[in-house]
Structures are given as structure tokens and as C-alpha cells.
Design a protein around this ligand. Structure first.
Ligand code: FES
Ligand code: FES
Length: 160
């Protein structure tokens, strides 16, 4: 089937998308967007998280056709040229990125959270990220990263 949606602000038009294709498959295999990862493939790890109309969803559980006519954001669309998105800066500066496999999903889930709650507390951050698994960091630095990223997004300076 043909499929059109907006990806990181740009219209994309695809032909011959199989009806059973997932959004993750289309992003990675047809559009070269490799930021969203396939970890478990069954909705448990969050590595495949992207934003669908601003809401964090698992790309592995979202049918590609569900993206039709909608706005998809992936981690590739966040930086402006050489300038990282404030949430990306938060992750980099706090050492919350180790192997990086989970990081795009963590960042996109965090953006969904901060959209709803601009000043998230630690418990809110932990709850929001409950579906994003990390094998490396132990989560403590991730919570700091989201606090710092949220702060930068509010236009405030260095971390508490
Ligand atoms: S790959 Fe989608 S939740 Fe794990
Ligand atoms: S940084 Fe390695 S899985 Fe999270």
C-alpha cells in the first residue's frame, strides 16, 4: 500500500508498504532512520520508541499504516545542525549514555513526559521511563539527565 506521513517535519511518500509492516521496520529499512532500535520486538524494552503526534509509542508494536497522515518524530530530527536538543544535552552531560542502545527511546519518552509535565519529579521520571530498559546505566544518571534536559527546555541554566 502507499503510505504518506510527516517524518521530522518532512513529508515522506512510500509505495508498496506491506500491510503487516511495523512503523519501526519502515523507519529503519525504508527510510534509513536507525536511531530507533529493535531490542525485544514485542513491546517490552522501549528501544524502538518514537513520537506519534507527540506521544511516545513503541515502533515495534505500531503498524506502519497507523502513521498515515500523522507526525512522526525520531531522534534524528532533534538536533539543529551541530546543536543538540536540550534533552540530548542533558543526557550527554550527565553521563547517562553508555552503549547508547536505549538512549533514543529514553530521550523521546522524556520529551513526551516534559510536554505534559515541564518540571518532572524523580518519581514521575521513573514512572514515565518504566517501559524503557537500560542494560548499562542503572537509571540514576538517566533521571538526572531528564531533570537537566527539562531544565534546559525551560530555558534555565545549569543543573541543580
Ligand atoms: S523493540 Fe519495541 S519495545 Fe522492544
Ligand atoms: S546505555 Fe546501554 S542499554 Fe542503556
Amino acid at each position: 500500500m502507499p503510505l504518506e506521513f510527516t517524518l521530522n517535519g518532512q513529508k515522506v511518500s512510500l509505495e508498496d508498504v506491506p500491510g503487516e509492516a511495523t512503523l519501526l521496520e519502515v523507519l529503519r529499512q525504508r527510510l534509513g532512520m536507525l536511531g530507533a532500535k529493535e531490542g525485544c520486538g514485542v513491546g517490552e524494552c522501549g528501544a524502538c520508541t518514537v513520537l506519534l503526534d507527540g506521544k511516545a509509542v513503541n515502533g515495534c508494536l505500531t503498524a506502519a499504516w497507523q502513521a498515515a497522515g500523522r507526525q512522526i518524530a525520531t531522534v534524528e530530527g532533534l538536533a539543529q545542525g551541530d546543536e543538540l536538543h536540550p534533552m540530548q544535552r542533558g543526557f550527554v552531560e550527565t553521563g547517562a549514555v553508555q552503549c547508547g542502545f536505549c538512549t533514543p527511546g529514553m530521550i523521546l519518552t522524556s520529551l513526551d513526559l516534559v510536554e505534559q509535565e515541564p518540571v518532572p519529579g524523580d518519581q514521575q521520571i521513573r514512572r514515565a521511563l518504566a517501559g524503557n530498559l537500560c542494560r548499562c546505566t542503572g537509571y540514576h544518571d538517566v533521571v538526572r539527565a531528564v531533570r537537566r534536559g527539562a531544565k534546559y527546555m525551560r530555558g534555565e541554566g545549569e543543573e541543580q
